[in-house]
Design a protein around this ligand. Structure first.
Ligand code: SAH
Ligand code: SF4
Ligand code: F3S
Length: 437
């Protein structure tokens, strides 16, 4: 049987899930998955371009294939994902890596099969980058590899145009899947034994805007009321659209995890305005307050950017101060990366690498100290963990609690896919360890 190999070079959960769709398409074509690229008849790279280092990952990965392709002339190499969708990037890829056979954009995923067949009948590369805004590919079946967790798309694209961000340009306008399709998919996955569902969208709170009859909190409630023991998560929530109704739904439905990823990006009002985030730091704090009013134990996580154009020392201090006020369970901190085609790329006042590096180190130190403090509070407590994997190096099973904390524990029997109670006796920064009771 012909074999396929696929890799997500970088990217968000949406991209990882899209790789599962690519795998689904390839298996429908009769290919079988393999774990070593040397054995593959077709290799598909799913790329990201959110920051410069994401692009570099993709270029590095594809560059390494030159030798292999020279030895295996019949092997098909395909590159898809956000990087290819950036204006002009498909040509850059084609010139730099002439041995790549297929280059397809984010809107072209559903037609990958046709491209493979086309390539098999022609010598020249197949390059397809379209802009099919509004299209939702319902026919793509995923080959899921993340048991007991699953991802379900609820929206595609983004309309927010934060000035630093490339996503609206490479993923197109926001469109929502039909709620009946989403609920049917959730039901099927629960019946197949999956235990944790994460609903995906760049801004889940704007689900249904104008096209669907139900709102995001209503959708959550409908899924949470399906039968069976499972957890429900969602990401990402844009603070400007985070509502009291959503906080209530989280509080009222035990299957919805008490964990919300609410990216703030900056604590400075001037920077937030320049980023086009459409909320102030006070608005953000108010949203967190509403959330905690209904869900006092809710773990709030976030994304932060330092070094946005014209960010002053005061602006940066405002970010530190907001982080101190909120007390995030964890946070991803990024150095601003200039993306061609975005509004911020044309702004004067780009911040030097040296300044950005100092700021990010300081920010990470603060975030880590908060995470460590919160971890310590777990000691002696018993938490319910969904066991999701086995770490061969540590010889321990691992899983997460509803707040998203990673917990390691030993077991003689295979616990993957089971809910287990673990008494925490160790806290090591972000992860915890304990004993099954
Ligand atoms: N839709 C989500 C985020 C998607 S991108 C939201 O709005 O929250 C994930 C994170 O990458 C963002 O939250 C942001 O912190 C970061 N990011 C996006 N573009 C970036 C850029 N040009 N430079 C640095 N970080 C960036
Ligand atoms: Fe990017 Fe902003 Fe859209 Fe998130 S909401 S994907 S940060 S433009
Ligand atoms: Fe990257 Fe595209 Fe996601 S740019 S972060 S893979 S939407």
């Amino acid at each position: 049987m012909a074999k396929f190999y696929h890799i997500t070079t970088y990217g968000c959960q949406m991209n990882v899930h899209e790789s599962e769709k690519i795998a689904g398409l390839l298996s429908e074509l009769g290919y079988e998955s393999c774990t070593s690229i040397e054995d593959a008849d077709i290799a598909v790279f799913n790329t990201c371009c959110i920051r410069e280092n994401a692009e570099n990952h993709a270029f590095g990965n594809i560059g390494m294939l030159k030798k292999l392709k020279a030895q295996k002339k019949n092997m098909i190499i395909a590159v898809g994902g956000c990087l290819t969708q950036q204006i002009g990037k498909a040509d850059v890829l084609h010139k730099k890596f002439p041995y790549v056979d297929i280059i397809f954009g984010t809107h072209n995923l559903g037609r990958l099969k046709d491209y493979i067949l086309k390539k098999q009948s022609q010598k020249k590369a197949v390059i397809e980058i379209n802009d099919d805004d509004g299209k939702v590919y319902e026919e793509v079946k995923s080959l899921r590899t993340s048991y007991p967790n699953v991802w379900i798309n609820i929206t595609y694209g983004c309309n927010n145009f934060c000035t630093y961000c490339i996503v609206p340009y490479v993923r197109g306008r926001e469109r929502s899947r039909k709620s009946s399709d989403i609920i049917a998919e959730a039901k099927e996955l629960i019946s197949l034994g999956y235990k944790e569902i994460t609903l995906l969208g760049q801004n889940v709170n704007s689900y249904g805007n104008g096209t669907e009859e139900i709102s995001f909190p209503e959708l959550l409630e409908k899924i949470a009321s399906l039968e069976g023991k499972f957890r429900l998560r969602f990401m990402t929530s844009h603070p400007k659209d985070f509502s009291e109704a959503l906080a209530k739904v989280i509080a009222e439905n035990p299957k919805i995890c008490n964990a919300v990823h609410l990216p703030v990006q900056s604590g400075s009002d001037a920077v937030l305005k320049a980023m086009n985030r459409r909320y102030s730091s006070a608005d953000y704090l108010k949203k967190v307050e509403i959330l905690k009013k209904y869900v006092p134990d809710c773990a709030v996580t976030t994304d932060l950017i330092v070094g946005f154009p014209n960010e002053t020392e005061e602006d940066f201090k405002a970010t530190l101060s907001l982080v101190e006020k909120v007390g995030f369970a964890s946070a991803f901190s990024f150095v601003y990366s200039k993306r061609d085609g975005t509004v911020a790329a044309k702004m004067e006042g780009q911040i030097s690498e040296e300044v950005s590096r100092r700021r990010i180190m300081e920010l990470i130190a603060l975030v880590n100290s908060q995470t460590r403090e919160q971890s310590k509070k777990y000691i002696g407590k018993t938490v319910e963990i969904l066991c999701e994997d086995y770490d061969k190096k540590k010889k321990m099973y691992l899983g997460r609690d509803e707040y998203g904390r990673m917990v390691y524990f030993e077991s003689d029997t295979d616990l993957i896919g089971e809910f287990v109670n673990v008494k925490i006796d160790g806290a090591n920064g972000i992860s915890l360890s304990g004993k099954v009771i």
